[in-house]
Design a protein. Structure first.
Length: 615
């Protein structure tokens, strides 16, 4: 992958510094360092490694600057400087003028590092949506940083001790949510966050928040006109350059919209890439074909098999700098690989539309639960709840039993209610984890992090707050990492038009009542594009990109051998109780294969990641 690495106030002896930075560069590139010579100045170092995404490195007197990604400069003068001398030169000039406020001059997907060698200070930051990553370790003296955690721990001063808390958070969230990482000494930046380092002191802050307008004043017609203009601008930014461009196409609203935009702006049939599964209930290829035909695209299809998954598992374990449990990484890899083999250099992905325009099923579901809190207190306490809980034999009356379940869920506040069905809530944690491991972790930390992000949203609307949480946890911590890393492994660049900064900020102006109208998801989005997208796409319900892993695990012997071997190895790590793992296997075989297959994948991939690194 492309990336940045370096340190402030680190080793000063030339040979030692060169060896340290070379190790960090090799970790970025999975064993080789091919970038320009690193900048080693006094107690500071900065280097870049080129890859699929552009990187830029610059020294301007006492300032070292590095950029990974595609920055757009708001200042015409800085934009001209970037064209003339590179993005890092523009960054150094912006930092010299504005300090950390230089981030206000930048938009687009990026990770940056600026090092002032004179004062041994600096700035690290990633873009507003978290499409890029940056990790760091703050030691007793130096600050070590890199685009991924593996590169940070490649520095000899940073320990590789694993974080038990991160492992617990992974098993709860199926990813390791920022700001934590799998390594105890390493942290990662959250979307729209920066770190300043001065006189040995680190300060983290959010330099940007999505401004929500809970009660918009523009008419729907005016909003629709502005929306379509923003969409076209976003697509123009994404296809800028000479590269051969295609799109991921699932047939859902987002990928269909991105494909329509590419077709409109290029005036040529879009090259689309779609993944299918030969298993009823999982295959969405029909909708991809409908969109391709409607838009006159040049479609390419691939059906993933269990054999492919066996091939993909070691690739996934190697690709990520920490354990990653989203099983749709596998089909994403094969889709990107298909496009790369077809000569495409850039794939446009539709990720983000649900999180900014109100498309996730839980938004409508939680709206139903939130309605209970608006019923007068006296009516709830005096009539409804006695009816649901106090009548003799209420558990044998189906409507009252359902009412009781509804009330119990509605009584749990957001965002905690979103995790009601979490795997780790199915059993007492003492029956899931070994006692020593459980005693070493804060079991409330994942929910505490979610509450913080939910409450931090600049909105009083539960819908906007849920979407704000999803921008961080579902999108930046999960889906963007999934797609970006798999595209890296396939050798293709991915761009996200729907996460264009100006389009995202515009989404905040749309009233929540138009994003989800009644229980209609993405109401505004679909209304604005009803003349662009196929009627079947407009009417399609949310499905996702899941694969029939749990079902394949029952029927494909090589996959079962790999997964169950990983579970057996994990049993010996003193984290999960062996009885829990055995129950998981039994429930997968005798109950709901798809549901219990999810947790088997999550646990097995943790073991595969650890095993690949001999940890």
């Amino acid at each position: 992958m492309s990336g940045i690495c370096g340190w402030i106030s680190g080793p000063q002896e030339a040979g030692r510094a060169q060896a340290s930075v070379d190790g960090m560069r090799r970790a970025l590139r999975d064993g080789e360092a091919t970038g320009p010579p690193p900048l080693l100045r006094g107690a500071c170092a900065l280097a870049v490694e080129p890859g699929i995404r552009p990187v830029s490195l610059n020294q301007a007197e006492d300032l070292l600057a590095a950029v990974e990604g595609r920055v757009r400069w708001r200042s015409a003068r800085l934009a001209a400087l970037a064209v003339e001398r590179g993005a890092a030169a523009a960054l150094a000039e912006a930092y010299r003028q504005h300090g950390s406020d230089c981030l206000k001059e930048m938009s687009g997907p990026f990770a940056i590092a600026v090092v002032d060698t004179r004062s041994a200070s600096g700035l690290l930051a990633i873009d507003r949506m978290g499409t890029r990553t940056m990790c760091y370790a703050s030691l007793s003296g130096p600050l070590v940083f890199a685009s991924d955690a593996e590169s940070v721990v490649a520095h000899p001063a940073v320990g590789r001790d694993l974080s038990r808390q991160a492992i617990f958070n992974y098993l709860f969230c199926h990813v390791i949510p920022s700001p934590g990482t799998i390594y105890r000494a390493v942290q990662k930046l959250q979307p729209g966050e920066c770190v300043t380092f001065e006189s040995g002191v680190i300060e983290r802050r959010f330099y940007w928040h999505l401004p929500y307008h809970d009660d918009g004043t523009d008419s729907i017609d005016a909003l629709e006109r502005r929306f379509r203009l923003r969409l076209r601008d976003a697509a123009r930014h994404a296809i800028d350059g000479p590269s051969a461009v295609g799109t991921f196409l699932s047939g859902g609203t987002d990928s269909s919209t991105v494909t329509a935009l590419l077709t409109e702006l290029t005036g040529e049939p879009a090259r689309t890439y779609s993944i299918g599964f030969a298993w009823e209930g999982f295959d969405e290829m029909k909708y991809a074909r409908i969109t391709a035909q409607h838009l006159g695209a040049r479609p390419h299809e691939y059906y993933v098999t269990p054999r492919d998954i066996v091939e993909a598992i070691p690739i996934i374990a190697r690709a990520y700098d920490e354990p990653f449990g989203n099983d749709s990484a596998a089909p994403t890899y094969f889709c990107a690989k298909m496009a790369r083999e077809d000569g495409v250099q850039v794939l446009l992905a539709g990720d983000g539309g649900d999180e900014i325009f109100g498309g996730n099923t839980r938004y409508a579901k939680q709206k139903v639960f939130e309605a209970y809190g608006r019923i007068p207190h006296a009516l709830r306490r005096g009539l409804i709840e006695p009816l649901a809980f106090a009548l003799p034999g209420v558990d044998r009356i189906a409507p009252l039993r359902k009412l009781g379940s509804y009330i119990r869920q509605a009584s749990v506040p957001l965002p905690d209610r979103l995790e009601t069905y979490n795997f780790l809530h199915r059993s007492p944690l003492s029956e899931v984890f070994e006692p020593e491991f459980l005693a070493a972790v804060d079991v409330d930390e994942p929910l505490a992090m979610m509450r913080d992000v939910y409450q931090r949203a600049a909105s009083t609307s539960p819908l906007n707050r849920m979407m704000h949480l999803d921008l961080k946890l579902t999108l930046a911590d999960n889906d963007l990492r999934k797609v970006s890393r798999m595209c890296d492994m396939a050798g293709i660049e991915v761009r996200y038009p729907l996460l264009d900064d100006e389009l995202v900020e515009f989404s905040g102006e749309i009233p929540a009542s138009l994003k989800v109208k009644g229980l209609k998801l993405r109401y505004f989005f679909k209304q604005a594009l009803k003349d662009v997208l196929p009627p079947e796409t407009i009417a399609k319900t949310k499905h996702g990109f899941g694969m029939p892993f749990g079902l394949w695990l029952r029927s494909h012997a090589p996959l079962a051998e790999l997964m169950y071997g990983s579970l057996d190895a994990f049993q010996r790590r003193g984290i999960l109780r062996p009885s829990y793992i055995q129950d998981l296997r039994r429930q997968h075989h005798t109950e709901h294969a798809t549901y219990f297959g999810i947790m088997i994948w999550v646990v097995a991939m943790l073991e595969c990641w650890l095993g690949a690194r001999k940890l």
